[in-house]
Design a protein. Sequence first.
Length: 287
Amino acid sequence: MKPFLEISQLGKTYPTPSGKPAVIVEQFDLKIRKGEFVTLIGHSGCGKSTVLSMIAGLTDVTSGGIILSGREVVGSGPDRGVVFQAPCLLPWFTAFENVMLGIDQVYYTAAREERRQIAEYYLTVVGLADAMHKRPAELSQGMRQRCGIARAFALSPKMLLLDEPFGMLDSLTRYELQEVLLDLWQKDQKTALMVTHDVDEALFLSDRVVMMTNGPAATVGEILEIKFPRPRSRKQLLEDPFYYELRAQLIGFLEERSHHRPVHAAATPPPAVPPRRRNFLSSLVHA
């Protein structure tokens, strides 16, 4: 079975005044199965958000390629729903209007009433039934993020991309929204990739945790399988001794092994995008 998302030899560099390019990510390889929830973890500055942004089509790829559901990723699109650390809501629109903005673009052939029902459904599911007609300034940070999650799910994307969506929230709100996200995800199990700094969050949400080496020239270091059954209960996980074994492995990588590079990924600048890159990507699609 072909992977739903295939990232091959992905690299990102930026020019510098010295003329020597800054290598952010190189030789990043990852395959994700359809319906899988994967988290990406690593130290600050290792390029996690850069990888996510390239998959979202918001940042240009320097080398390698990304195939999503059999098609090369070129630019952004509604097939990828993105939830940012800050929800990026338009301040002059209500929560309902912010969600409707995307729905109107994606479901433009549907009747107005049907589009309204979609927005109201997802805003209700995330707990904003009584606040959907308030503007962002009237909402707490956690409520704004609930709106961002509703907006992403309402577009029914092929894949969810989440960039530390709970990083700016207090612990209690973060736990609540993790549950909201997991409940929503379990309804149809959309393929999801999430960036996080939180080891416990990664273990609670994920099927696999991808650990990135330190930057510059960061890449995939180790991948940890999380085999706790679903649906999950936080209480059950915390009572399971295996949870603490996995936690120790994650922390051990971050504290002791994240500066080691895999043998196959030499710390050299990635090549420029080859002129036949599209042919290379096409061969992946049709292989």
